[in-house]
Design a protein around this ligand. Structure first.
Ligand code: MN
Length: 242
């Protein structure tokens, strides 16, 4: 860990595990990233250097301020889209961890002009009334590379996210937030699962979605059990890396 201040080493290890789990569970591939808010400085966050998530180790975790600048000078390459993490931590004091991915089942919902990603099963109640879609064109016009390359774009994404747990990014992917690393990983995995199920259900005809009240109630029940999937996924990821 290349940090200026004492971060709880277990937080760094949890973030390393999150990187490997998200790769293992098919949410991240060579791209995408996961971050955690610093446990002692609320205006800083931890994020890996520019690497494929499955290759991230403790020494690759860097500390950033809310402008997206590394706290300690580094020669390492950085993720271009670190500004999405910075601006969400700035806008959402409740958020302690963020996953940004390009997971494939979610992508159709980022471009559809008709369908919205909404909770179809009790494992994804955190989707609430449905995930908003951020269209970068509304902020930066029709000729960007779709990446969140600066603070302004990060702030616009955070505004679209609003109080939701998930925001889709048109033609790009999605960003998931949570009050812990474990919950962010859980929500990222089940955002992808919900998207797959919703796409399948769509083939059968009209869909009955969870009500907002069911969404809230199921989220509360399932998220209290987050350690169960976390320990399974962690064991699988560690087995896979030996
Ligand atoms: Mn991206």
């Amino acid at each position: 860990m290349n940090a200026s201040s004492l971060v709880d080493p277990s937080l760094v290890q949890e973030l390393v595990d999150a990187n490997r789990i998200l790769y293992n569970e098919g949410v991240l591939d060579a791209f995408g990233h996961v971050s955690a808010r610093h446990d002692k400085h609320r205006d800083r966050f931890l994020l890996a250097a520019n690497l494929a998530p499955a290759l991230v180790g403790p020494d690759d975790i860097l500390e950033f301020d809310l402008d997206g600048s590394p706290v300690v000078d580094t020669r390492r390459r950085l993720y271009v889209e670190r500004f999405l993490h910075a601006e969400i931590y700035r806008a959402r004091p409740d958020v302690m961890a963020i996953v940004h991915s390009h997971s494939v089942a979610v992508l159709p919902f980022s471009v559809s002009q008709r369908a919205r990603l909404r909770p179809v099963c009790h494992m994804s109640g955190f989707l609430g009334s449905g995930a908003p879609v951020f269209d970068i064109r509304d902020t930066a016009g029709p000729a960007t590379d779709l990446l969140i390359r600066d603070r302004e774009l990060g702030a616009a994404l955070a505004k679209s996210l609003d109080r939701h747990a998930v925001v889709l990014m048109r033609g790009h992917g999605s960003t998931v937030v949570a009050p812990s690393i474990r919950l962010a990983v859980y929500r990222a995995v089940y955002t992808e699962v919900n998207a797959r199920v919703q796409l399948q259900a769509e083939q059968l005809g009209p869909i009955t979605f969870l009500t907002v009240e069911e969404a809230d109630a199921t989220a509360e029940s399932n998220e209290a059990n987050v350690d169960r999937p976390w320990l399974l996924w962690q064991a699988k990821a560690r087995l896979g890396s030996t």
